[in-house]
Ligand binder design. Structure first.
Ligand code: AMP
Ligand code: ZN
Length: 118
């Protein structure tokens, strides 16, 4: 899937509506349309990177940025703090990795259990 018909590129560009959680120069975060958990949002790079399989050393800072944003945004969106609260981070890669949208994204899930999945 190219950048032109990528649903997450369209969300980042504001061509498809989303419920924004956070935005900066490098990343956009928004609520998942089909949440598995009371809190479930996605952090995506603004660059159209297909999956983790395409990452190079040059992407280290971007991935570090996404990882360090996750706990901050999880608290902002209502996850209770560690260790009694917490959150889960998932990145699906490729068909057998369960990836459906081929624009790299980090799922951040949390909130009181039970969850719909996971
Ligand atoms: P994955 O299986 O890791 O590729 O996950 C893709 C995720 O994107 C799923 O959890 C979907 O619910 C979510 N998703 C798909 N379309 C949208 C959309 N328009 N807005 C928000 N989330 C979406
Ligand atoms: Zn894209």
């Amino acid at each position: 899937m190219s950048e032109l018909n990528c649903i997450f590129c369209k969300i980042i560009a504001g061509q498809i509506p989303s419920r924004k959680v956070y935005e900066d120069e490098h990343v956009y975060a928004f609520h998942d349309i089909a949440p598995w958990a009371p809190v479930h949002f996605l952090i995506v790079p603004k660059l159209h990177i297909l999956s983790m399989a395409q990452l190079t050393q040059d992407d280290s800072a971007l991935m570090g940025h996404m990882m360090t944003l996750a706990p901050r945004l999880a608290l902002q969106e209502g996850c209770r703090p560690y260790p009694d609260g917490g959150f889960r981070v998932v990145i699906n890669n490729g068909a057998e990795g369960g990836q459906e949208v081929h624009h790299l994204h980090m799922h951040v899930m949390g909130g009181p259990r039970p969850w719909l999945r996971g």
